[in-house]
Design a protein around this ligand. Structure first.
Ligand SMILES: Cc1cc2nc3c(=O)[nH]c(=O)nc-3n(C[C@H](O)[C@H](O)[C@H](O)COP(=O)(O)OP(=O)(O)OC[C@H]3O[C@@H](n4cnc5c(N)ncnc54)[C@H](O)[C@@H]3O)c2cc1C
Length: 399
């Protein structure tokens, strides 16, 4: 009997496996993953310093423990390079493996902005535990970090690194943080909270060049520091207005894009993500997708709550009870304790307007559609306590 194969051991792959095993203890299950198969809560990467965790402490189980827990074969450091949906096979390390049903839980790729300069390659990004482990090595002993991007992940890292005592500079082209999620007033409130914590902002600017040798120490001539003095680790960033900035490390947080190349090469329908219907079924028989790689009924939502809902529904479908996924309103909590934010963005493209109030210590922004129905909200600071009541008023995204 061929197994159900899940590609990916992130929150989507492992949540699905857990939910499936609650319903079916015996059907052969195989998880194939390009990484080391450790289970970890990815959202904690951006508040690990504040919570006093080393990267390895974020892992809750290794691949061997997960294999026992899930009664599954787990292939680690195994990258799937091709899928043949007609033959029901996939290719790993040059070998073809048969599947009965296949689930793609491939995650997303970080977006990389083109930058010039002799240290452009030193710009880091963080999208998994291995990236984060490298980042922590690089910033050990560092005093400053420059963050490119003022979205959810950039702001969370800014808060976390500042809490750890680093000097933090955030560079972004937007007028205010979280431009794609929040109305400007709410973004400004978050910006003020992080400013009060000591974050430096360089908004309405981009980074054009990243070069080595931003800083020189007392004993070397400018630009000639060696590893002996330690200052050669510093970088000089040039911004779009010609200003410069010196820093020990550069972290790019400019966004993520669903990982679709493998599916596309297999002939599956792909748009912004791997296109699936409410049963999480892709465009070929017995192939499904969930998590950051999936576009579910037109929605690409790169958050935990949607993938948990998808995992529960798909587990039932795989266990023989076809179940469409339901998306209730799923507010996103931004982990910026300097000024907390909770947002339930209105559905993309919907006509309407934000109505904004600024009571003491926070912002309450409510998005009403053309029929004056509440379709989204953003609450910050002293207003975040209203999130549950507001979430109940918002219609489900997928009912
Ligand atoms: C720093 C950070 C903070 C975040 N904070 C929040 C938050 O507070 N709240 C929230 O809701 N969301 C948050 N998110 C988003 C959330 O973590 C993700 O939506 C979620 O973890 C995605 O899980 P996934 O399983 O879809 O993808 P991933 O965790 O990326 O897993 C993808 C898996 O696929 C494997 N893979 C890919 N290609 C192949 C291949 N060809 N062959 C074999 N294996 C392959 C990878 O090795 C990996 O195991 C955050 C994200 C980041 C980066």
């Amino acid at each position: 009997m061929h197994p159900i194969i899940i590609i990916g051991s992130g929150l989507a792959g492992y949540s699905l496996a857990r939910e499936f095993r609650k319903l079916d203890k015996d059907t052969p299950l195989r998880i194939i993953t390009a990484d080391d198969g450790r289970a970890y809560p990815k959202p904690m990467l951006s508040n690990a310093l504040t919570s006093g965790k080393q990267p390895e402490q974020l892992a809750t189980a290794d691949a061997v423990q997960m294999s026992v827990q899930l009664n599954a074969v787990i292939d680690t450091h195994a990258r799937v390079t091709a899928i043949d949906t007609a033959q029901h096979t996939l290719t790993v390390n040059g070998k073809d493996i048969h599947y009965a049903r296949l689930v793609l839980a491939l995650g997303a790729d970080v977006i990389r902005l083109p930058m010039q300069g002799d240290a452009a390659d030193a710009v880091m990004s963080i999208n998994d535990l291995a990236d984060y482990t490298r980042f922590r090595q690089i910033i050990s002993g560092a005093k400053n970090v420059a963050i490119i991007g003022a979205g959810l992940i950039g702001c969370e890292f800014a808060n976390d690194l500042r809490n750890a005592g680093m000097t933090v500079d955030v560079i972004a082209p937007s007028k205010a943080p979280l431009e794609r999620l929040l109305p400007e007033t709410a973004g400004r409130a978050l910006q003020q909270g992080l400013t009060d914590l000591g974050v430096n902002w360089h908004l309405e600017k981009t980074v054009t060049h990243v070069n080595h040798g931003g800083r020189s120490c007392a004993s070397c001539a400018p630009g000639t520091c060696t590893s002996m003095c330690g200052a050669d680790n510093a970088y000089r960033l040039t911004l779009s207005d010609g200003s410069t900035l010196e820093t020990d490390a550069v972290l790019s947080c400019v966004g993520l894009r669903s990982r679709t190349a493998l599916a596309q090469a297999a002939g599956l329908q792909v748009h912004h993500g791997i296109v699936v219907n409410r049963l999480l079924a892709a465009s070929a028989p017995d192939v499904y997708a969930l998590g950051d790689c999936a576009e579910v009924d037109g929605l690409v939502l790169l958050y935990v709550m949607p993938l948990m809902n998808a995992a529960r529904a798909l587990a039932k479908t795989l266990a023989g009870q076809p179940t469409p996924v339901v998306y209730p309103a799923m507010p996103v909590v931004i982990k910026t304790p300097a000024h907390p934010v909770v947002v339930s963005p209105p559905p993309l493209g919907i006509a309407g307007e934000w109505r904004i109030e600024t009571p003491e210590g926070g912002v309450r922004a409510l998005f009403f559609d053309a029929q004056s129905k509440l379709r989204g909200f953003a609450v910050t600071g002293s207003m975040v306590g209203e999130k549950n009541a507001l979430a109940k008023e918002i219609p489900a995204l997928l009912q």
